[in-house]
Design a protein around this ligand. Structure first.
Ligand code: FUB
Length: 353
């Protein structure tokens, strides 16, 4: 009887201790994602969402396993074309409209079609895309179509005066269009000072003022910059401009602009610290005051988003690497975004707690 009791106690110990270990070992606990991938048949990233003709269109990067070796400048993000996705409503069936623009059809192409955006005006749809030219320098191109899903025809040359990556085009209430752009590190923004190119331009040191995103007002045909490119200043609530060591808050890449209750919300990725943050201002040029984190780090190194209103709700489109587990093979997702009464945004955790 005593032996039986000892064996029973030993078995109970084994069961409880192994389940405790399982709870403590993060690699065993299965992550529960907040949202599912929108499509699974191709890899997609950097989703720029728009409502055109009462339909949701998503303009993502098309991640592809080209076998390019991973390097520190993102050479493994070697994308060759764009596919546009659409759906009638959030949660509805997603349509992949096939190839909308290919590298081989862009006259000035070198390589790497990175995060695109789109706009509609003049009875035309515009697709904006960052791409390295034949000299390996990132510039921003534009292509047009009569249909939101393309196919798009690229202009012969990149937009004059454009550089770096991650363009997003914002229409203000007065009908003016602005392009926000830039990305440091692999996105080469550190090579541009006063709109001049310096091939050896280095990243900032910890105590130096952080590199700032860029803005340019667009011409009426949405194919060029009307005015020279300007820097946008992002400050903390005490008016201090972020330095490089504030890298959990300073700009890295992935600009997006939206307006809420008359205020301008500039959101961006902090890159090496993986947050999507936002800063607000009273006009498109800023300055913008840092407000907080919108989306905490997702699975994968990059974090890139867009924010739109659909009926009376707001949504954030983003990506992670749920399908592949590999940095450069991502999948786009969407979840609702909520505001507090004071206009601040409720921080989103990409995992269910
Ligand atoms: O998709 C390539 C690059 O990764 C984008 O341009 C960045 O924003 C990051 O998501």
């Amino acid at each position: 009887m005593k032996l039986l009791k000892t064996i029973l106690l030993f078995v109970i110990y084994l069961i409880t201790s192994s389940s405790l270990h399982a709870q403590n070992d993060k690699s065993i606990v299965k992550k529960k994602y907040l949202s599912p991938p929108l499509v699974k048949h191709i890899y997609t990233a950097d989703p720029s969402a728009h409502l055109f003709n009462n339909k949701i269109y998503i303009y993502p990067s098309h991640d592809t396993a080209t076998g390019t070796k991973e390097d520190d400048d993102g050479g493994h993000f070697n994308m060759m074309d764009y596919h546009i996705l659409s759906m009638d409503s959030i949660g509805g069936k997603v349509t992949d409209h096939g190839i909308a623009l290919s590298l081989k059809n862009i006259p000035w192409a070198g390589k790497q079609l990175w995060a695109p955006d789109a706009a509609y005006a003049n009875n035309t749809y515009y697709l904006y895309f960052p791409l390295k030219d034949t000299a390996g320098v990132f510039k921003i191109g534009v292509a047009t179509s009569k249909k939101p899903e393309g196919p798009f025809k690229a202009e012969k040359l990149p937009i004059k005066g454009s550089y770096s990556i991650d363009p997003t085009v914002f229409k203000d209430d007065d009908g003016s269009y602005y392009m926000y752009f830039g990305g440091i590190w692999g996105g080469q923004l550190q090579r541009w000072d006063n709109n001049e190119y310096h091939a050896k331009g280095a990243l900032k040191k910890p105590n130096e003022i952080a590199i700032q995103p860029r803005i340019a007002k667009m011409t009426k045909d949405l194919k060029s910059f009307e005015k020279e490119v300007k820097e946008i200043v992002i400050k903390d609530k005490d008016g201090k401009i972020f330095t490089e060591k504030d890298n959990d808050k300073r700009f890295f890449e992935a600009s997006w602009m939206h307006k809420y209750n008359g205020k301008y919300y500039f959101s961006y990725s902090t890159g090496d610290t993986h947050n999507i943050c936002y800063a607000t201002g009273n006009n498109p040029y800023g300055p913008f005051t840092y407000q907080g984190v919108i989306l905490q780090p997702v699975e994968g190194w990059t974090n890139h988003h867009s924010i739109i209103q659909i009926k009376n709700k707001w949504y954030i489109f983003y990506h992670d690497v749920q399908l592949s587990g590999q940095t450069h093979l991502r999948n786009v997702k969407v979840t609702e975004l909520k505001y507090n009464k004071d206009g601040t945004i409720v921080t989103i955790n990409a995992f269910k707690l």
